[in-house]
Structures are given as structure tokens and as C-alpha cells.
Design a binder for this molecule. Sequence first.
Ligand code: HEC
Length: 129
Amino acid sequence: MRHHSKRCNLRLMTRFVMQLIAASLMAACGGGAADGDVARGQQVFSEHCVACHSVSSEVVIVGPSLAGVATRAAANRDNLQPRQVLRRAILSPQAEIVEGFADLMPPDFERRLVEADLEALLSYLMTLE
Ligand code: HEC
């Protein structure tokens, strides 16, 4: 009897340890996916945005430099999260025109970017603090 319960405990312990390992593996993979997101976002940026936007504060092309854009988005006065401000700036550029610039941002990114690429792009832009 005693012997039997010990084995049960061992089996429970093993299961517990396996679950711990699985959980930490998932956490590790989650972190990896987030990094991948930023890399993918940078790629999306270079495909769709670099023609008009630099990420260096000294270089202005057609649109404003996006250096520090995450910080500017955080200071937005419309009660939105920075990520939402950036999403709106991309999907509805007419909603808020940056002072000193013309309304030249293409209005059709909603159609041209799949959701996963848009999310990756937002993750990348959020690193531009
Ligand atoms: C054809 C040129 C052009 C392209 C391509 C373009 N933009 Fe823009 N963008 C502009 C212009 C011009 C403005 C300023 C006018 C305005 O606010 O709409 C702007 C404004 C912005 C702003 C607001 C900046 C701020 O400081 O608040 C963000 C964010 C932005 N663009 C992101 C992007 C992203 C991301 C892409 C690629 C998916 C992109 N833009 C592609 C021209 C462009």
C-alpha cells in the first residue's frame, strides 16, 4: 500500500515537472515570436513605408521621420493607446494630418496589409521611442 502511493506521488511529480517544462517552453517560444514580429515588422516597413519615411530624425522624405514615433503616439491627446494611435495613422491617415505635411499618405493600407503584417509593423514602430 505504502509502496503503491509512493509510485503515485512519483507519477504526479513527473507530470507536474513535465507541465512546468511545457509552460516554460511555451513562454520561451512566445518571447521568440515577439522578436520575430519586430523583425517581420521591419521587413514590412521596408516594403511599404521607406519610400516616404526614414527612421532617422535628420532625414525627412515625403512624410515625417518616424524616429520617436512611439513616444509621440503615447503623447496623443485622443484617449487611445499608442499602438492604436499608430494603427489609426496607418489605416486612416486622414484622421489626423501631421502639421506641416500634405495629405500624401496612401489611404489603402487596410487592403494592402494583412492583419499579421500590420501587427508586426506596429510592434516594430513601437520600438521607435
Ligand atoms: C507616399 C508616401 C507615404 C507612404 C508610402 C507612407 N506614408 Fe506615412 N505619412 C506620409 C505623409 C505625407 C504623412 C504626414 C501626413 C499625414 O499625417 O497623413 C505620413 C504620416 C505618417 C504617420 C504619422 C507620423 C507622426 O509623426 O505622427 C505615421 C505613423 C505613418 N505615416 C506611418 C506610415 C507607415 C507605417 C507606412 C507604411 C505602411 C507609411 N506611413 C507609408 C506619407 C507616406
